[in-house]
Ligand binder design. Structure first.
Ligand code: PGA
Length: 249
């Protein structure tokens, strides 16, 4: 059975004091949900966030990492470093990384390999731009993003892969894909997985939706059969909103 997951991507928000304050607010909330809950603070606050959440069900995850084990990569963070501060899950391929830091499918394939080689779980993000959707190319774009970065993997690797479909036009814009648009794409993604890896693998991979998920729309989106949770940006910065989304499961 695949898991339901709700992950908060804090992006480049919250300094140390703000991180501690938000975590204190999160700890005061009640989880009444069957979803795994994760939060992704900025790298510099992973250690303290993990310490603050020790013994709590909320998992602290990273927003990004480099593919190399170590070496002359100024400003970067490796999988081994993340693990050394107790982080075992990493978001890779977010559209902001693709857009502002020129992350390509080829680079992301290397990052995914490095994460998996280190025994880390990867939340792999992808999604079409507005122009792709207007041109009716959204499935082709999504298919190539997934295939280029992931389809060199063995079937067993998918135990540590979570997929996150995030249409770029819905991220931070207030514009959400309709529950039907999300379901259609998630079903397409699962079919694409099944065609290469078989139904068992396809049915076991959690596929999250991301893009302007809010307390008001979470329940309807999460009610779709192929939507197994959400990657939440803006609404994850307020504990009450984030937990309203978590508890939509
Ligand atoms: P948003 O961001 O919820 O603010 O649209 C989602 C994301 O970027 O993961």
């Amino acid at each position: 059975m695949r898991k339901n997951i709700v992950a908060g991507n804090w992006k480049m928000n919250n300094d140390l004091a703000q991180t501690e304050a938000l975590i204190a607010d999160l700890k005061a909330q009640t989880i009444s949900s069957n979803a795994e809950v994760m939060v992704a603070p900025t790298a510099v606050n992973l250690f303290s966030a993990n310490a603050a959440l020790e013994g709590n069900a909320i998992e602290v995850i990273a927003q990004n990492m480099h593919f190399a084990e170590n070496g002359a990569y100024t400003g970067e963070v490796s999988a081994a470093m993340l693990k050394s501060v107790g982080v075992h899950t990493v978001i890779l391929g977010h559209s902001e990384r693709r857009e502002y830091f020129n992350e390509t499918d080829e680079l992301l394939a290397k990052k995914v390999d490095a994460a998996l080689a280190n025994g880390m779980r990867t939340i792999f993000c992808f999604g079409e731009e507005l122009a792709d959707r207007k041109a009716g190319k959204e499935e082709a774009v999504v298919e190539s993003q997934i295939k280029n970065a992931l389809f060199h993997l063995e079937a067993a690797a998918f135990k540590n892969i979570v997929l996150a479909y995030e249409p770029v036009w819905a991220i931070g814009t207030g514009e959400t894909a309709s529950p039907e648009q999300a379901q259609d794409m998630h079903a397409f993604i699962r079919k694409t997985l099944a065609n290469t890896y078989g139904a068992e693998v396809a049915d076991s991979v959690s596929i999250l939706y991301g893009g302007s998920v809010k307390p008001a729309n979470a329940q309807e989106i999460f009610s779709k059969p192929d939507v197994d949770g959400g990657l939440i940006g803006g609404a994850s910065l307020k504990a009450a909103d984030f937990f309203a989304i978590v508890n939509a499961f």
